[in-house]
Design a protein around this ligand. Structure first.
Ligand SMILES: C[S@@+](CC[C@H](N)C(=O)[O-])C[C@H]1O[C@@H](n2cnc3c(N)ncnc32)[C@H](O)[C@@H]1O
Length: 482
């Protein structure tokens, strides 16, 4: 089973190799990364390393980043470098043009789309939706917000510019409007990063960072991290000015800001109705080829993809990236996805029974659930033709069928002699439609709970390829459509 989070390309099996991705909440960045097209040409931009970290941690290749305060386009340059896509909004049309001029022309339109506009306004959100649609997605997969820190830098004299807000309250209301649009435009389950610093006003610290965080929470985002980042990398030779600040600090009893925040949030995942998704499948294409490691590896995303829509999107992307035949690969992926998620739905039915409990490790190879403390593996299968007998015979001789199924898997090289509960699905009128019974949840629940109320375990004698004898316990539950 895959060990990649659903929102990044980090291979958790190789987690030791990701030293370049930070997981500590204190970021000390010595100097601005000037490589890869980044320039220090805009007072108030963030260091590229912020975008690098956030993009690697919270996006996959080709995901769409939404930056609602694009500024001089640091995030756009970084998205291009890391092969992510981006939609950027910026109030100043001149800046948008400057960012356009900085980016490789072939990316504009196809992978990066820029919108001049006021991010507080609903009409701008509508424009963003259109840009996302043009990129083939309903939602962005990451939201980046780097607003003005109220009035500490004046970005323009535009009245809608957050740096011109007449009060902190007015600034927060405008910021809240941007956060709300950002939330709506972000895919459920995905992340948002807010880069923000505090300010002093009339001898008092105004914790803008925490105020903005609270506005993000208000729209429904959940806080995952408050990262404190030094601001050394932002500074342009302050020279004598820094001495003046030090004097003021000593005289006024406060501290000179040396940090800002990168606050990370997650939008709650929309509860996906697994059963509804499974019921939408109209036809089950053939495997197209024997299950093999290469295509299994390429289609690992089936495990972490809950919806059919996302499955289709990911299938297209992977097929194009790996140059696989789209139809055959699409059929293969659909089968794997359907088999896995119907298996999970059946497991949920089992776990709703009071005598069972789950195996906490979802990657456990041989146990899906425990019944009265004995571990069992769950296997859903059509009545195999190779068994050579009809369903009536199989129901009368469950041990013979169980023995046959164990022996069969040993020939496929996937032998293990774990305890198993087999659910045998058979459409007597049209056996080629037996796959549909995997999502006949009412029938499955009745059959499984009847069994679990009074389980009848069979002890099956199984010989492995080395000739060794095993005696697992097996159960056979039939779901038959007459
Ligand atoms: C802190 S800067 C962002 C810098 C950017 N992260 C970069 O690296 O270049 C904030 C930007 O927000 C823009 N801005 C201010 N009010 C806005 C609004 N209502 N809608 C969209 N952009 C706005 C400003 O023009 C400014 O460029």
């Amino acid at each position: 089973m895959t060990k990649t989070p659903p929102y990044s390309d980090i291979d958790l099996d190789r987690w030791r190799e990701y030293e370049h991705i930070w997981t500590d909440s204190l970021w000390l960045i010595d100097s601005r990364d000037r490589s890869g097209g980044h320039q220090l040409d805009y007072h108030g931009n963030f260091v590229p390393q912020i975008a690098t970290q956030i993009l690697l941690r919270y996006t996959k290749k080709d995901d769409v980043v939404l930056d609602l305060f694009l500024g001089s386009g640091t995030s756009a340059i970084e998205a291009a470098r890391l092969e992510r896509r981006l939609v950027g909004v910026e109030l100043q049309p001149g800046l948008v043009e400057a960012v356009r001029a900085k980016l490789p022309p072939e990316l504009l339109g196809d992978r990066i789309r820029l919108v001049p506009g006021d991010a507080t306004q609903a009409e701008t959100a509508v424009r963003v939706r259109q840009e996302l649609a043009a990129l083939g997605t309903e939602h962005a997969q990451l939201l980046l917000l780097h607003p003005p820190y109220h009035d500490i830098i004046s970005f323009s004299d535009h009245p809608a510019d957050l740096s011109n807000a007449p009060s902190v309250e007015a600034f927060l209301d405008q910021f809240g409007a941007v956060a709300r649009h950002g939330f709506d435009l972000l895919e459920p389950g995905r992340f948002a990063a807010l880069v923000v610093g505090d300010k002093y006003s009339r001898g008092e610290l105004v914790p803008l960072g925490f105020y903005c965080m609270e506005r993000m929470q208000r729209v429904g985002l959940r806080t995952k991290a408050i990262v404190v980042k030094n601001i050394a990398g932002n500074e342009r030779g302050k020279g004598r000015a820094s001495n003046l600040w030090r004097y003021r600090a000593l005289a006024g009893g406060y501290y000179v800001f040396k940090h800002e925040y990168v606050i990370v949030f997650q939008k709650p995942a929309a509860p996906v109705d697994r059963r509804q998704e499974l019921l939408q499948v109209k036809d089950m294409p053939p495997w197209g080829r024997v299950q093999d490691d290469a295509w299994d590896q390429a289609s690992r995303f089936v495990y972490s993809t809950p919806t059919l829509r996302a499955l289709r999107r990911e299938t297209r992307r992977v097929a194009a990236e790996r140059d696989l035949p789209p139809r055959e690969f699409g059929g293969y992926v659909l089968r794997r996805w359907y088999n896995f998620h119907t298996h999970q739905a059946a497991l949920e039915i089992i776990l709703a029974h009071p005598r069972t409990r789950p195996e906490p490790d979802p990657f456990h190879h041989t146990v899906d659930f425990y019944l009265d403390e004995t571990g069992f593996d769950l296997k859903l299968t059509a009545l195999p033709r190779g068994f050579g007998h009809d369903v009536g015979y199989a129901q009368a001789h469950p041990a013979a069928l169980a023995r046959w199924l164990y022996a069969q898997q040993s020939q496929q090289g996937r032998f293990h002699a774990a305890n198993r509960l087999f659910v045998v699905l058979h459409d007597a009128a049209d056996p080629s439609r037996s796959w549909e019974l995997r999502r006949d949840f009412a029938r499955m629940e009745q059959a499984l709970h009847n069994f679990l109320d009074r389980p009848r375990w069979l002890t099956v004698a199984v010989t492995d390829r080395a000739g060794k004898e095993h005696q697992p316990q097996a159960g056979v539950v039939f779901c038959v459509q007459e």
